[in-house]
Design a protein around this ligand. Sequence first.
Ligand code: MG
Length: 170
Amino acid sequence: MISQEELKTCTYNLLKERGITVQSIADIVMIIQQPYIPDLTMDECIESVQSVLEKRETQNAIITGIELDKLAEQKALSEPLQSIMTRDEALFGIDEILALSIVNLYGSIGFTNYGYIDKVKPGIIRHLDSKVDSHCNTFLDDLVGAVAAAAAGRIAHNMPNRVHHVIVEG
Ligand code: MG
């Protein structure tokens, strides 16, 4: 069996290859969690992202999703999957489902965050979502969003005394 250490190295290398840094994911965590924890620090966001990336479930989802994105770019997939992935068809949905295995790790706050990130597309998610180049990021945008959502959920669970409840008026 592949060791946890090998799997972790592989995960970090793949993210780097696709232009994703821990910092870029931590930036999203800060954007979505700061309204609730005003004194949240960037170091805490980074630490939480790293902790989510330690999990085998996260690593498995990332190596699977990025592999499929790469194969789609190389036009190495069979039809109809090749066309579905190239067009990033909205009704495909397996990209979101795969990423849910990461979101699941930290409970219901993770789900809320995940939906919010998908809708608002903060930070690097917007760049990944824009189809400006020949890259296929069908799985990557959801994976990055899921790691950020899980990392934010983890922070909320670990720091209940620092969470401020935001009252939305109107
Ligand atoms: Mg997607």
